[in-house]
Design a protein around this ligand. Structure first.
Ligand SMILES: NC(=O)c1ccc[n+]([C@@H]2O[C@H](COP(=O)([O-])OP(=O)(O)OC[C@H]3O[C@@H](n4cnc5c(N)ncnc54)[C@H](OP(=O)(O)O)[C@@H]3O)[C@@H](O)[C@H]2O)c1
Length: 306
């Protein structure tokens, strides 16, 4: 039996890295990375898709430097806004399924409740606008697609809040952390696992494909906290492992931590649609955090014993 061909864009990003591991049982995975593919040059996307001819195309590549995007809007738009439309065209031409990741930053954060997929986006920064343009481009092309909106992504590798906090905890005795932005920290491993679970259903011999279920789905770990709450939890859990004293943590308001890009105050996304459609129930953020810290600690103790 021929293996399903799966093409992943973004091999070494947080989500892309985990995807390669989780998708291995579902088919033959080809994962490409910049500069093999360069999203600012759409021909490199077309050439890659035409060479691999995948049944499933997953886009985990993006311009994710939220603050830098404010002074680099053209490149952010080319990578996050234009490239996804090209990928969608290629997927549709092949009759392939496209999985793409989007963000809580398409919303302005003023809603009091959790955001559902049907809520009107209103991004407050360049990154959010560029990601929204990508979502809209995919929807305009049509075909079979899943846009999975996630938030506050972190993991055991890459560049993220958790790794930054672990570094700062060793360097400082006091840390001021924003406490008035609320969301769900979401582990890259959980995102990849959920993606694999959905694909396993769609690719099963008796699976019926998406069958009218193309669309946007929120996909975050369950529960909510602030950046301050996340920092407190991760530092408390890992201080013993790494032998540092938890710095004094000071909760502050966003206005006291000025950044080039404005952030939404409410980043909470309801994942009910995902659960009802695909039966995927995401773990609580605290449970996912414990697993990521366990992975990190295991890596650290292996390094020590070598
Ligand atoms: N990170 C978050 O907090 C967050 C929150 C919500 C949604 N998301 C979304 O989740 C998805 C995965 O994010 P992530 O955190 O895994 O991102 P990431 O770790 O920053 O990885 C992004 C990947 O895109 C690649 N890339 C950058 N510029 C490129 C270009 N011009 N052409 C081709 N590839 C390029 C990067 O390559 P290099 O490493 O070589 O630059 C990297 O492999 C993205 O769609 C992102 O928008 C992320």
């Amino acid at each position: 039996m021929q293996k399903t061909r799966i093409l992943v864009f973004g091999r070494i990003g947080q989500v892309g890295w985990e995807l390669r591991h989780k998708l291995a049982c579902l088919g033959h995975v080809t994962a490409l990375e910049y500069p093999e593919i360069d999203f600012s040059m759409p021909d490199t996307i077309r050439a890659a898709v035409r060479a691999v001819q995948p049944a499933v195309l997953i886009n985990a590549a993006a311009y994710t430097a939220v603050d830098k995007a404010e002074s680099d809007p053209e490149l952010a738009m080319a990578i996050n806004g234009t490239a996804p439309g090209v990928i969608a065209e290629e997927a549709k031409r092949l009759g392939s399924l496209l999985v793409h990741y989007s963000t809580d930053y398409v919303f302005d954060g003023t809603k009091q409740q959790t955001y559902v997929e049907a809520d009107a986006p209103n991004p407050v920064n360049v990154y959010g606008r560029s990601k929204l343009a990508g979502d809209e481009a995919i929807q305009a092309v049509g075909g079979e697609f899943l846009i999975l909106r996630t938030s506050w992504v972190y993991g055991a590798r890459g560049s993220n809040f958790l790794l930054t906090m672990l570094r700062l905890a060793r360097e400082r005795t006091e840390l001021s952390i924003v406490d008035d932005q609320i969301g769900a920290p979401t582990s890259s491993e959980c995102i990849a696992q959920a993606t694999a679970d959905i694909l396993a259903q769609l690719l099963a011999p008796a699976g019926s494909g998406l069958c009218g279920r193309s669309g946007i789905y929120n996909l975050t770990n369950a529960g909510e906290t602030s950046w301050y709450g996340f920092a407190k939890a991760l530092l408390t859990l890992s201080a013993g492992t790494y032998g540092f004293k938890v710095p004094d943590l000071i909760p502050i308001d966003t206005c006291n931590y000025p950044r080039p890009a404005k952030r939404p105050a409410n980043s909470r996304l309801s994942c009910q649609r995902l659960a009802e459609t695909f039966g995927v129930i995401m773990p609580a953020w605290e449970d996912a955090l414990a697993l990521v810290l366990e992975t990190l600690a295991e890596g650290a103790s292996r390094e020590k014993s070598q």
